[in-house]
Design a protein around this ligand. Structure first.
Ligand code: SF4
Ligand code: SF4
Length: 144
């Protein structure tokens, strides 16, 4: 009985002295893994407007629009579930996943990427980029 009352106290104390894994975002950003699935990017020069990506997308996150006399995909990052089906099916490798992790917006319309915006590379990450240094079963994760 007494032990069960004291247990949360000691557990709390243990965590006070345990090495922590806290990334002070936005001052620090954890480096995404090499195969991280960030928001999509279009290579306009490659795209042939075949609409295969539009047809396969399960979330209707892509649609073809008129752009400078061509049919090109427009992307809605708010609908995307990062399944990569569109990237895999594109016959000319015009789509790729970026490492972009910061694309939160205040208005849902800002999630729409018309072809010109869709083909822009991500903004450089602000603040310090940190990587996972140690993964220790006893002490947890350490970064720096
Ligand atoms: S990654 Fe998946 S959900 Fe996102 S646009 Fe491509 S097919 Fe659609
Ligand atoms: S991005 Fe690829 S799959 Fe989509 S319309 Fe262009 S060429 Fe076709």
């Amino acid at each position: 009985m007494v032990l069960s009352i004291l247990r949360p106290f000691f557990l709390g104390l243990y965590h006070v002295f345990k090495r922590t894994f806290t990334v002070k975002h936005p001052y620090e950003t954890l480096k995404p893994p090499e195969r991280h699935r960030g928001r999509l990017m279009l290579n306009m020069d490659r795209c042939i407007g075949c609409s295969s990506c539009v047809k396969i997308c399960p979330n209707k996150a892509l649609n073809l629009v008129e752009f400078n006399g061509r049919k090109l995909p427009q992307y809605n990052a708010g609908r995307c579930c990062f399944c990569v089906l569109c990237v895999d099916i594109c016959p000319v490798l015009a789509l790729s996943m970026t490492h972009e992790v910061e694309y939160s917006v205040y208005k849902k319309e800002d999630h729409i990427y018309p072809p010109d915006r869709f083909s822009q590379p991500p903004e450089p990450v602000k603040g310090k980029i940190v990587t996972v240094k140690t993964l220790d079963k006893k002490f947890g994760v350490k970064h720096g």
